[in-house]
Design a binder for this molecule. Structure first.
Ligand SMILES: Cc1cc2nc3c(=O)[nH]c(=O)nc-3n(C[C@H](O)[C@H](O)[C@H](O)COP(=O)(O)OP(=O)(O)OC[C@H]3O[C@@H](n4cnc5c(N)ncnc54)[C@H](O)[C@@H]3O)c2cc1C
Length: 379
């Protein structure tokens, strides 16, 4: 293949694409806005599914390295009621298809698998323009430019490459999450640590929920979910950590103390993450010389699939380019025709596939029960 593939964004999608191209001897350059791999905490755990994320890792030849990152026992799953009653409790018996890893370690593994210099840090794409005949010019925030005949937008939710293909922009989903961390939980927050258990814990009601993970070194990482308009969150000053914590915790009044402690006892300031999504059926007509992967193509409300899909997109696009060395347009077409229906289906999923340990039926039934209980209380 004669062209050097230009990838914007060194997230899991962009790095996976660069890795699979490298495996096939195809050069690629990744331009990343952040100044270094350590510029931002990559926090959080990801379960990597055997039907998408792991397929990508196999294609990349990185299954052994991935195996070394897996945190044992983290596929355990609990569903609790707001009063702390355990509704469902599944231990990790080692047979699940969704091993958990730290996102930062997975990203570092991909970085380590690339030739030095592949990623150009501190290159924030500011503007991308078409030069015709499938060529594009990328202008960076520092004024530098690069011209390419094969451009891939792997630059996430607010992609600068997407406007070349589509007028769609992400819209607020109606829900946001507030992120907290409790460190050394077994000794410092034992009741919350027991409530979360060895893996993940979910408490779900119609407009409030709590999701928590046991990460490395008995860190509890929690997301308090609130279905509220953006203006509701705008009225809270998140620069005042104590006041924001009190305000958010008030929304969980009456919940078991070991659950509310996941908010009130946070060792870090609460971080608001507004959740946006592209239309589930987002797609575009083929434009020569450019495509999108990952969130740039199909941002959806978090459902455990996004990082997995980003990696699968990257791997499949890399394979397609390797299979059509003299016809990149055929490669982009083949990649997009598989990606569009896959991501549309995933966008409407509440969780993963058939082996999903999250009992969505139980959550739905419990949610319905809670809703009618609240209706009865109101009337
Ligand atoms: C709260 C929350 C929880 C989630 N939990 C899960 C989960 O458990 N499992 C799961 O599979 N998914 C999860 N996701 C989704 C997942 O994080 C994303 O789908 C995934 O990170 C997408 O990967 P990506 O490579 O497409 O984009 P990103 O990870 O967003 O990477 C994009 C990269 O591009 C860079 N970039 C952005 N703009 C520019 C620019 N203009 N120029 C150059 N570089 C740029 C960014 O700095 C970044 O490095 C979660 C998302 C959220 C918000």
């Amino acid at each position: 293949m004669a062209v050097d593939v230009t990838i914007i964004g060194a997230g899991l999608g962009g790095l996976m694409l660069a890795r699979v191209l490298h495996v096939h001897g195809i050069p690629a350059t990744v331009y990343e806005a952040e100044s270094s791999p350590a510029a931002r905490s990559q926090g959080g755990m990801l379960d990597i599914h055997d039907y998408n994320g792991q397929l990508a890792l196999k294609t990349a030849g990185l299954m052994d390295e991935f195996g070394g990152l897996v945190l044992e026992g983290r596929q355990a799953m609990r569903l609790l009621a707001p009063d702390g009653t355990v509704l469902f409790d599944k231990a990790d018996d080692g047979t699940g298809g969704r091993p958990e890893v730290q996102r930062g370690e997975l990203r570092q593994m991909l970085l380590d698998s690339l030739p030095p210099g592949t990623v150009r840090w501190g290159h924030k794409a500011r503007l991308v323009r078409s030069l015709g005949e499938g060529r594009h010019e990328v202008e960076f925030a520092d004024g530098g430019t690069v011209v390419t005949s094969l451009l891939v937008g792997a630059d996430g939710a607010w992609s600068r490459v997407r406007p070349l293909l589509s007028a769609a922009t992400p819209e607020y989903t109606g829900k946001s999450v507030v992120e907290t961390y409790l460190f050394h939980a077994d000794t410092r927050h034992p009741a919350s640590a027991r409530a979360v258990g060895g893996g993940s814990m979910i408490v779900h009601t119609p407009d409030r929920d709590l999701f928590a993970h046991r990460e490395k070194d008995d860190t509890l990482h929690a997301y308090a979910g609130l279905t509220e308009p953006e203006e509701w969150f705008a009225a809270i000053d998140f620069t005042d950590a104590a006041a924001a914590t009190t305000r958010i915790a008030r929304e969980f009044d009456g919940w078991a103390p070991e659950l509310t402690a996941l908010i009130t006892d946070s060792d870090t300031a609460p971080v608001l993450r507004r959740l946006y999504a592209l239309p589930a059926e987002h797609r575009w007509d083929r434009v020569p010389g450019v495509t999108l992967i990952g969130d740039a193509a199909h941002l959806s409300a978090p459902n455990g699939e996004g990082a997995n899909l980003a990696m699968l997109d990257g791997a499949e696009l890399g394979e397609a380019l390797a299979a059509h060395p003299d016809d990149p347009e055929a490669a982009l077409h083949a990649y997009e025709q598989a990606m569009f229906p896959r991501s549309a289906e995933a966008a409407t999923m509440e969780g993963g596939g058939a082996d999903d340990p999250v009992p969505h039926d139980l959550i739905a039934a419990y949610s319905q029960h809670e809703e009618s209980r609240q209706d009865a209380r109101r009337s």
